[in-house]
Design a protein around this ligand. Structure first.
Ligand SMILES: [Zn+2]
Length: 190
């Protein structure tokens, strides 16, 4: 089973005031546990889906760190990095965030590591999404572009707009109601 956990809590509690026309802090009364969940939802995966299926022996030949993962197997080497999917929530300032893994070519992976201290924001790496996000149709191997950014932030993702709901959500954003549905499912069903 994939390990799922909230990775970030937004600290601003109790502030639901809308400033001008923009953006309140996301908060909702949960339909599953009846508590108020506050802060834009944020969920992360500790590893690419591919890693969670490895045996103990196979893991010994692989390497999982907080931001990179290398899996060595008979057919070759797979390289993954951790990135962020930011889905805008309409009317809320902070997006719905998914910490996910993407597989990159050896060339892109090497470039990513080489520019680790000073990311070049004009870089864009092609990759494949490597986690299964609940709520959506299978998200494994969706085509993505990885966009590095400065300031110690993990790269963000752009998805090819191919009709997949996740790509639509990334481009168009989601309603507060949809954000609540996804968050309830992640918080209580996994
Ligand atoms: Zn709840």
């Amino acid at each position: 089973m994939q390990s799922l956990r909230p990775v970030r809590r937004v600290a601003e509690l109790g502030s639901l005031a809308v400033t001008g026309s923009v953006a309140a802090i996301f908060a909702f009364k949960c339909g599953k546990c009846s508590k108020i969940h506050e802060g834009s939802p944020s969920f992360g995966y500790d590893a690419p889906w591919h890693y969670s299926g490895l045996s103990v022996e196979e893991r010994a030949y692989s390497e999982l760190k907080s931001d990179t993962c290398v899996i060595r197997h008979d057919e070759g080497v797979d390289r993954f990095i951790r990135v962020v999917l930011e889905v805008p929530i309409h009317g809320v300032d902070k997006p719905f965030m998914w910490g996910v893994w993407v597989s990159l070519s050896e060339k892109s992976f090497t470039r990513y590591l080489e520019t680790w201290d000073e990311p070049d924001e004009s870089d864009s790496y092609f990759g494949w999404l490597c986690n299964r996000l609940p709520y959506y149709e299978d998200t494994i191997n969706l085509k993505v572009q990885v966009r590095p950014r400065r300031g110690g932030l993990r790269p963000y993702l752009e998805l090819e707009r191919n009709g997949h709901l996740l790509a639509e959500h990334l481009c168009e954003g989601i309603s507060i109601q949809q954000a609540q549905e996804i968050a309830e499912r992640m918080l209580h069903d996994g």
